[in-house]
Design a protein around this ligand. Structure first.
Ligand code: PLP
Length: 400
């Protein structure tokens, strides 16, 4: 029996990864499972991106690269920020890692001392709190109600800040709620931060391109130089270009921070894959039409899923503005009995019984620190989504 480090007791296995693995296992046993638990586009990486990767291999780009990214990719990132966000960064203000996940982790490891606080608005991406804890920090969770659109309000941010606050973590559009902040809403939050000049701001913009109904994307570094000088703008190719497996994320921010992140990354991975970086360069520099086409397909799925879930007794589903998740409220199902005889007391019970009764895999809201909800990823085919929502309805109707 291997004795593991104490630090592992403070971390958890990602709930969505665990449920996706369980769904795969059940499928291998012959069960007709529909898994809506995984946070990745069902589309394939576009061909011109794959082709660029193949050409990089043939050119011999198969060696270590600069730790914080190839010059070509950093230039593509610089151009992307300029073209799409109106933001100017020097190359030494840009870093590349193995996914936005590693980029964020590098940032936490490079800046947090034991007990430093990081404000995280719930519901939030599962990994934020674990990353903070892993780096010795303390997550300060601020619940954001469905009535507030699952968004952090200025007064709640103000109340959460203390002399120990190091970071505020923002994510728009959000995983898991799909909530997207308007420019004005972000501005209000930045106004609060003006009174707290030492606090850093992480803006996780990974779902930037999956934004619906003609809404305009905004990110805090756009406001002014003072905010920009303490904001880490994080993004990546995973979601926009269906490249989750290529593991390339990037960020831009103040030079000192980027340098600290480089030191961290140098001792963990020595940088991202050379081939992945060539592919990401092609994604950022290449045609962008496919991103918009896929966004439109996601929007159509959102509309179907929201409509069908709102027909399920006990479920109230808001209409998200972005990303590819819905986060329906299941308060109306609590206290009822599932077909197995088990009483649904929590959202964890709800998803477990749903999987057992109807073979639909979703993630419980407690994993995102806001209950009673569950998360569905609608990055699946329309046929699968319609079938899954039909099963969820049948499950809800079976509760008594
Ligand atoms: N940020 C959020 C909010 C996410 O949902 C995810 C992935 O699920 C990531 C970051 C990580 O993306 P990457 O694949 O670039 O590591």
């Amino acid at each position: 029996m291997v004795e593991l480090a104490d630090r592992l007791n403070r971390l958890s296995l990602s709930a969505s990864a665990a449920i996706s693995a369980l769904a795969r296992e059940l499928r291998e046993q012959g069960k007709d499972v529909i898994s809506l638990s995984s946070g990745e586009p069902d589309f394939d990486t576009p061909d011109h991106i794959k082709q660029a990767a193949w050409e990089a291999i043939q050119r011999g780009e198969t060696k270590y690269t600069n730790t914080d990214g190839t010059r070509a990719l950093k230039e593509a990132v610089r151009d992307k920020f300029r073209r799409e966000n109106g933001l100017d960064f020097q190359l030494n203000e840009i870093t590349v890692g193995n996914g936005a996940k590693q980029v964020l982790y590098n940032a936490m490891m490079a800046t947090l001392n034991d007990g430093d606080e990081v404000v995280v608005a719930a519901p939030h991406w599962i990994s934020y709190t674990d990353m903070v804890v892993g780096a010795g920090g303390r997550p300060v969770i601020v619940p954001c109600s469905q009535n507030a659109g699952f968004k952090l309000r200025a007064e709640d941010l103000e109340a959460a800040l203390t002399p120990r606050t190091r970071w505020v973590m923002l994510n728009s559009p959000s995983n898991p709620s799909g909530a997207a902040y308007t420019r004005d809403e972000l501005k209000e939050l930045c106004e609060v931060l003006r009174q707290h000049p030492k606090v850093l701001l992480a803006s996780d913009d990974i779902y930037e391109h999956i934004l619906y109904d003609g809404l305009e994307f905004a990110t805090p570094a756009q406001f002014d130089d003072e905010i920009k000088a303490r904001t880490l703008t994080v993004n990546g190719v995973s979601k926009a270009y269906a490249m989750t497996g290529w593991r390339i994320g990037y960020a831009a921010g103040p030079r000192d921070l980027i340098k600290g992140m480089l030191v961290m990354q140098g001792q963990v991975t020595a940088g991202a894959s050379s081939v992945g970086q060539a592919a990401a360069t092609a994604a950022l520099n290449g045609p962008q039409e496919i991103v918009r086409e896929r966004r439109d397909a996601f929007q159509e799925r959102r509309d179907t899923v929201v409509k069908m879930l709102n027909e399920c007794p006990g479920v109230i589903c808001h209409k998200p503005q972005g990303a590819f998740y819905v986060y329906p409220n299941i308060a109306g199902t609590l206290g009822k009995k599932a077909p197995s005889g088990k009483t649904i007391e929590t959202d964890e019970d709800f998803v477990a019984e749903l999987l057992r009764a109807e073979s639909v895999a979703a993630v419980h809201g407690a994993a995102y620190n806001l209950s009673p909800y569950f998360r569905i990823s609608y990055a699946a085919s329309m046929d699968e989504l319609v079938e899954a929502c039909g099963r969820i309805r049948r499950f809800c109707e079976s509760l008594n």
